[in-house]
Design a protein around this ligand. Structure first.
Ligand code: 1CP
Length: 355
């Protein structure tokens, strides 16, 4: 422990990615992209084929570290994001989770308090241990100047998959449970809050420099529900991590939160706010001015597929808009599989040359 406490200040000083969190507005903003490791890269598809099953890839430190490094080798992003998935948490807790080729995740759904017995936080040690091993390997293998982002899904978003049993357009099952039996639903959220704190703590101890909480379905809840199921659990996680690791920044990504994003920032105390594709430019550049927060976002992932001069123009617009701000360049949601890898190279070059 003493060794890592000594190592940290000097090593992390090289990581430009962390500068905005230290109060610096950089001329060339740091850049990384959500889902930067993934199916758009031929080398990912090859490693994925070697692993066979998607969860096997997530739980094999050597392979998970390899796919995390692939986009760093190609593009030299300022940050790597641990290769894993938000559904590792329900899987580690004991829920049955499968990834069906071409269809996405399938879980044996949890629909009521009576189903919660199958979730056991004590069971998570082995699988979380494998993820931590990946993080530790990465910290060894990454260039010293590359930051490492750990992550988890926000309790609300993870719960939507656990209750629905798969991805859905409206997250109806979780929303209905939350309306019909809020105290019961809260028990599920509480398990996820505690487990996520433990999971993130382990990732930081293994070497993560920064954490992101993905709340992909934050936008499906109206105000009071948003407060109870999105803001409140995120605040609890954020406060616990601050107590354990005061120097590790936490980025929140409450996708679809709209005007509530400012409130989310002030109420949760996150250090970074991931803006989604629909966030208007003036919101990115002005709405968070009174908050002590780094803004991240928000290029449309489909513009990265389209490429060409339209891509260049939008990149320039975002850079101009955020000049002088504490800003991290990213997409407004994850890279999609049909993205031409050369468009990603074009984007990175543009950001670095125009900054
Ligand atoms: O077969 C494959 O290769 C599966 C594709 C894939 C990949 C590459 C899945 C299945 N997950 C991942 C990796 C992943 N997922 C990362 C890795 C790090 C990175 O490079 O960014 C991260 C951070 C996630 C997070 C994640 N998983 C989210 C939150 C962010 C987001 O994109 O909204 C969500 C909602 C998931 C669930 C999930 N995992 C995979 C799929 C296809 C889905 C979405 C399912 C659905 O809603 O239908």
């Amino acid at each position: 422990m003493a060794e890592s406490a000594e190592r940290k200040p000097t090593a992390t000083a090289k990581r430009r990615f962390l500068e905005p969190f230290r109060g610096e507005a950089l001329d060339v903003p740091p850049i990384w992209l959500m889902r930067q490791a993934g199916r758009y890269l031929p080398e990912y598809r090859a490693t994925r084929a070697d692993a066979g099953d998607f969860l096997t890839l997530c739980y094999t430190p050597k392979l998970a570290a390899e796919v995390t490094l692939q986009p760093i080798r190609r593009y030299g992003f300022d940050a790597a994001i641990l290769f894993s998935d938000i559904l590792v948490v329900p899987d580690a807790l004991g829920q049955t989770v499968r990834f069906v080729e071409g269809e996405g995740p399938r879980l044996d759904p949890i629909r009521a308090v009576g189903d919660l017995g199958q979730l056991d936080p004590a069971k998570t040690a082995t699988k979380f241990g494998l993820v931590s091993e990946t993080v530790a390997r990465l910290r060894q293998d990454l260039p010293a100047e590359t930051a490492l982002i750990g992550f988890c899904g926000a309790p609300w978003t993870v719960a939507t998959y656990m209750v629905q049993g798969q991805g859905s357009a409206d997250q109806a099952e979780a929303r209905l449970w939350a309306y019909r039996d809020p105290d019961g639903f809260e028990k599920l959220i509480d398990v996820l809050v505690e487990t996520s704190i433990d999971y993130l703590d382990q990732q930081v101890k293994a070497g993560a420099d920064c954490l992101q909480i993905f709340d992909t379905w934050a936008g499906s809840l109206p105000d009071d529900e948003f407060d109870r199921w999105v803001v409140s659990p995120t605040r609890t996680i954020r406060e616990a991590i601050r107590d354990l690791h005061p120097d590790v920044p936490v980025i929140g990504f409450p996708r679809g939160a709209g005007a509530a994003a400012v409130w989310y920032v002030s109420e949760t105390g996150v250090n970074g706010i991931g803006c989604d594709t629909a966030t208007p430019p003036f919101v990115m550049s002005e709405a968070f001015d009174d908050e002590d927060v780094v803004v991240q976002g928000n290029l449309d992932p489909l513009l990265l597929v389209a490429g060409g001069s339209h891509l260049d123009e939008r990149v320039d617009e975002i850079l101009d808009l955020m000049r002088g701000k504490r800003f991290i360049f990213n997409l407004g949601h994850g890279i999609v599989p049909q993205t031409p890898p050369e468009n990603v190279a074009r984007l990175v070059e543009r950001v670095r040359s125009k900054g």
